[in-house]
Design a protein around this ligand. Structure first.
Ligand code: CP
Length: 319
């Protein structure tokens, strides 16, 4: 049996494994020294074909805190950037390092790398998915809602509550492009079973493969072209930049998405204890108003910090 585990999409984990990661992340957050020997002697490669602040640094720091050694590789400095095939890069690197985190373009490219690498691979963002971010987001939601419910400031105490009870009863409303974050919310919904509404302009379409896979797994999501209705009674309101990395800055696309900006009207129509999430970097007054962003900035930057804790829990499980 092949015992190598990859995390290329949310579907590589079961719901129980995701709950384990959430619980473990809370403990790792409470004590940054926990698990410090877990990756002892392991060399973990980070191959990033696109820019990154949070993903790169949180994974590098996470590997170091778990006792491993991160090796950052940019195609600018590798033969990969001069046309060496990804499958050859994978076969070479698998002889040197113990695991890899990849940020790249097509999902097929990371899948090809993983096929030849034969050691665990984690998706640090592709055009199709951003699974490490989405687990962080659900952890941040769970942490915030647990703190409210249990009246505690400690994530580890709060997270000891009933995760399933909280997560399954959420209404999450995503606003914006049908991009890798929208797709990842759809994946997560199919596994965890909360209510998901995607608010986007008429004519914007969820990837057929993403929608089909969700349906096959019993997932359910709604697409709305009315942002106020989409926000109605939401526990979580979230968005992403309108133009993702690698896409052309199309003014026509931005103009279509503009009405879906998260503003006070959206927040006022959600639940009183709604939280706003943004994976960052933010384009103020494009996908969210400056006022809404700043009102929820403490949770947004908590979300950024949580990348570290959640990814450490993922790496413990996989590496
Ligand atoms: N959210 C996110 O992936 O941020 P970076 O692009 O900075 O890694």
């Amino acid at each position: 049996m092949n015992s190598i585990r990859n995390f290329l999409s949310v579907y590589d984990l079961t719901a129980d494994e995701i709950y384990d990661i959430l619980s473990r992340a809370a403990l790792l957050k409470a004590d940054r020294t926990l698990g410090s020997g877990c990756l002892k002697g392991k060399k973990i490669g980070l191959i990033f074909e696109k820019s990154s602040t949070r993903t790169r640094v949180s994974f590098e720091v996470g590997v170091m805190e778990l006792g491993g050694y991160p090796i950052f590789m940019s195609p600018r400095d590798m033969q990969l950037g001069r046309g060496e095939p990804i499958k050859d890069t994978a076969r070479v690197l698998s002889r040197y390092i113990d695991g890899a985190i990849i940020r790249t373009f097509e999902q097929a490219r990371i899948e090809e790398f993983a096929g030849y690498f034969k050691k665990p691979v984690i998706n640090g963002l592709t055009d199709l998915y951003h699974p490490a971010q989405i687990l962080t987001d659900i952890f941040t939601v769970y942490e915030a809602k647990s703190k409210m419910r249990n009246n505690t400031n400690k994530a580890a105490d709060a997270i000891a509550g009933d995760a399933g009870d909280i997560i399954k009863n959420l209404k999450i409303a995503y606003f914006g492009d049908a991009n890798n974050m929208a797709n990842s919310w759809i994946n997560l919904q199919a596994v965890m079973g909360f209510e998901l509404v995607l608010a986007m302009p008429d004519g914007f379409k969820i990837d057929d493969l993403v929608a089909g896979e969700s349906q096959k797994r019993g997932g359910r999501f709604a697409v709305s072209h009315n942002k106020i209705q989409a926000a109605n009674n939401a526990d979580v309101v979230t968005t992403d930049v309108f133009i993702s990395m690698g896409q052309n800055e199309e003014q026509a696309k931005i103009d279509k998405l503009k009405p879906f900006i998260i503003d006070d009207a959206v927040i006022d129509n959600a639940k009183d204890d709604v939280i706003f999430l943004h994976c960052l970097p933010v384009h103020r007054n494009e996908e969210v108003t400056e006022a809404v962003f700043e009102r929820f900035s403490s949770i947004v930057f908590e979300e950024a910090e949580n990348r570290l804790h959640v990814q450490k829990a993922i790496m413990e499980m996989l590496f």
